[in-house]
Design a protein around this ligand. Sequence first.
Ligand code: HEC
Ligand code: HEC
Length: 382
Amino acid sequence: MSRARRWSLTLVGIATAAFVVQSMASASAPREYRWELPKGFPKPNVPSNNPMSAAKVAVGRRLFYDVRLSGNGTQSCGSCHRQELAFTDGKAQAIGSTGQAHPRGAQSLINVVYNSTLTWANPSLVTLERQMEVPLFSADPVEMGVTDANKDQVLRRILKDPWYKARFQKAFPGQKQPITWSTIIKSIASFQRSLVSADSRYDRYLTGKERFTAAEKRGMELFMGERAECHHCHGSFIFNDQVTYKGSPNVKPLFHNTGLYNLGGTGAFPEPNRGVFELTGVAKDMGAFKAPSLRNVGVTAPYMHDGSVPTLEAAVEHYAGAGRNITDGPLAGDGRANPYKDPLITQIELTAGDKADLVAFLKTLTDRRVLTDKRFSDPFKR
Ligand code: HEC
Ligand code: HEC
């Protein structure tokens, strides 16, 4: 037999074996996860080492709301990410399980599966699995407060619960001990990926199911138009400017300085909230933050990374003036003149009526259904 022919026979053998293995796997694997995607939403990206399944989402939902997952048993992910507030907490800055204040505010998790990067200003944090190590294990600031000293104890609390025993077995079939930190993290990530929803008045307006008031319509035109320019940074289907989905173009995620601070006229933001600069130390990254999704922004006050803007009216005022001028106190400085400010943040001529219209439009982005959707609610509350 020629050498070439022997090779091709071997290849057929390998291909056949691979086919057998594959069909065995599909016979035992859970059915493919059924996404319930809003109209116009693309198929999400999911890491190949953590495919979605209904069983994992169910386990993750309970873990997300389980206070036993924090070191001192007082706090769950759901303590800072409350469903009725679009998975934020209503505080300017979050408070961890040991009472320590976080420097930044808790972010909404609705449609989080589409975010290219996670948290307010970290270009390298791109998977929910990796991000979760922060709330679980971080010592500064303490969030859930799981440490080397209490890690095993926390895991035992989950291991002892018969509900988890049965469900983890289903979610991670074929594993001798399916309850581990790795499978806990995978389950919660799957639950977070399932938090997809877009059933706001705006969405109903788009599909012709509801009408906008004249004010909402004018607000939308301002938002999408070249006078207010909001859409440049909040123009995606989730109203931000860095999204990822199946087949999305591979572009570098953007971060922007919107002129909130300018300490002593140097361009500096207060530590440790200097945005991407905290990681890179590069001047142009000073005060650069991610533009958050504006979906549900009507229920996520206070605003910006540090909750320093109390209302939507104040947020619109901030943009109209091309930044914020703080005239006294330790944070004094004219943000409007911040040298690192994004060039798109420029003075906008807006009448009082225009401002009210913009606010009216922003309020149409609230999806009332997702705030009470039973699939995402706290299973410990009966
Ligand atoms: C003490 C309050 C607190 C707890 C508890 C908490 N978080 Fe958060 N979460 C925050 C804050 C604050 C941020 C913003 C962090 C930053 O920018 O540094 C955040 C950001 C996030 C983000 C990024 C969202 C985005 O759009 O970029 C995800 C995802 C997240 N949290 C998931 C979780 C999960 C999962 C848990 C439980 C394991 C959890 N959080 C527990 C306060 C909390
Ligand atoms: C150059 C990009 C850019 C433009 C243009 C822009 N934004 Fe933003 N937006 C951001 C960034 C970045 C943040 C977060 C800033 C921070 O936390 O420091 C933000 C935050 C917000 C928030 C607070 C959201 C929250 O959850 O805290 C609102 C509301 C908002 N923008 C509305 C608007 C409106 C209305 C316009 C048009 C008038 C607009 N934005 C134009 C980049 C932009």
